[in-house]
Design a protein around this ligand. Structure first.
Ligand code: SF4
Length: 257
């Protein structure tokens, strides 16, 4: 178990049916949040009597505000907490703002900062399951891989989640191995840094019943179970036991130029 201080931005461009954040907290609705500077967040964290060693910048979708990560790095350093705090940020791969909104110096800051890791969430095992999960356009499925590849090339310490739900259990037979092929095309060991998330019947999902939440959960359960079974079988087939047994942080990725 790891204890973490979680800060969330109250915005996301997607609407995953299983999101554990109520949708009215994903709209950038000011009545659901407070405007705070990175310095203020760090000062609140520093004031905790029994503060955890990890800060998680979550959401919503923190990649909508890519400067947040850099500003937190600056604030942690200014507070003398950069060496004792691990900074972790989530990313749903819905934007390329790290490359289009940050400066070269800010990207270099992210890469050079010692205690930073980023986890990116892949949604689904093919374009149809991606659209089923997020209600976004199916063609955005491919963009996830391109964006993750750019982060790898940048040199960030990267990890992944994947949600293996979809509308069609038969599609898992081809979809999951193809997903693993695509991850391995980015880096041969990348699947071992990606964790399939098991979608539970969370209360926000149940409360979305009238918008299809509960119905989607019931449809998705057999798909998810089949997909995770294929995922595990494929990992056994593709990797030796000693590599699979490593802690996720010790799974080596190819050095980047
Ligand atoms: S991308 Fe994440 S925050 Fe956005 S709706 Fe999906 S689960 Fe929720």
């Amino acid at each position: 178990m790891i204890r973490a201080q979680v800060f969330q931005n109250a915005a996301c461009g997607w609407r995953c049916w299983y999101c554990f954040v109520p949708f009215d907290m994903l709209n950038g609705n000011e009545s659901k949040g407070t405007w705070l500077t990175a310095e203020r967040l760090v000062s609140l964290y520093a004031a905790e009597a029994d503060r955890p060693d990890v800060i998680d910048l979550s959401g919503g979708s923190p990649d909508l505000t890519p400067e947040w990560v850099v500003w937190m790095m600056d604030a942690l350093e200014a507070a003398g907490l950069a060496e004792t705090t691990y900074l972790w940020s989530d990313d749903n791969l819905s934007t390329d703002y790290v490359f289009t909104k940050l400066s070269d110096a800010q990207r270099e800051r992210m890469v050079g900062y010692l205690n930073y890791g980023r986890v990116c969430c892949f949604k689904g095992f093919d374009a149809a399951s991606f659209a089923f999960n997020t209600t976004a356009r199916p063609e955005d499925y491919d963009a996830q891989f391109e964006r993750f590849g750019r982060y790898l090339d940048l040199g960030l310490d990267l990890y992944g989640y994947v949600t293996l739900t979809g509308p069609d259990v038969a599609a898992t037979t081809r979809g999951v191995p193809t997903l693993l092929d695509r991850l391995q095309a980015l880096d041969p060991n990348l699947p071992l840094r990606v964790v399939p998330l098991s979608i539970g019947n969370f209360s926000p999902t149940r409360e979305r019943d009238d918008r299809g939440g509960q119905g989607r959960f019931e449809a998705a359960v057999p798909v998810q179970e089949a997909a995770i079974a294929i995922w595990n079988t494929e990992l056994e087939r593709r990797y030796p036991a000693d590599l699979r047994a490593r802690a996720i942080v010790d799974v080596p990725l190819r050095p980047r130029p």
